[in-house]
Design a protein around this ligand. Sequence first.
Ligand SMILES: [Zn+2]
Ligand SMILES: [Zn+2]
Length: 252
Amino acid sequence: MTTSGATRTSSFASRWFSRIPRRVREGGAGIAALFYPPQCAACGIPVPWGTVLCAACEGRLPQGTGPRCERCGDVLDDEQVDLCLRCGTRLRGFDRAISLGPYDGGWRTLIALFKFDREKAVGRWLGLRLADAAGASFRELACVTHVPMTRAERKARGGNPSQELARVVARRLRIPERALLEKTRTTRPQRSLPARERAVNLRGAFRGVRSGTGAVLLVDDLLTTGATADECGRALKSAGYGAIYVLTVVRA
Ligand SMILES: [Zn+2]
Ligand SMILES: [Zn+2]
């Protein structure tokens, strides 16, 4: 019998969170919270506040290995080239994209807890790791921004995960988080579409709402084909911004 990733993830989540009263989960650390120390999202052992994985499980988070595309970070089949087929054959809307790891193993669990179960503590933990990666890779950023959603999409999702991550990154790096884009129409979920339809689904869906200059860091949870990053990057460049760097938790 096979178990899907989603089923496994929700059992992790329910095991972890069903033992914590709702008022504690949603209201932060009250007196009751003292009696329910957080547990590692993967193995269940107690962990310090503000932590979502124990040191052993964090050490087991998969790392991307092998040659990577210099621009988008995709895995390269051919070690002799610097760019993947997508970046080598068409103009991209961003200058460079990096991620913390592949969409696999513990990363997949963390994304599900944050994005679908809306666990704020996981978002904060991921945001701090993104800030460390940004600080090590990108210099002289003018600001941090996020991928916008329409009002209907925000309501359906219970917030904007990209914006929540961007806020943590900006605060940690001590640079402003600015809403530089708006989404002009609701689009179909990218994950429901084959790669060739993703760019079409998003074409013209983002518009700059604030012009400016300098390098921008666009933060999101997941980069797949990069169609979202392309569209947002093009809108930011049209609004005057220079280098567009993309930072995501995972690369699928
Ligand atoms: Zn653990
Ligand atoms: Zn590439």
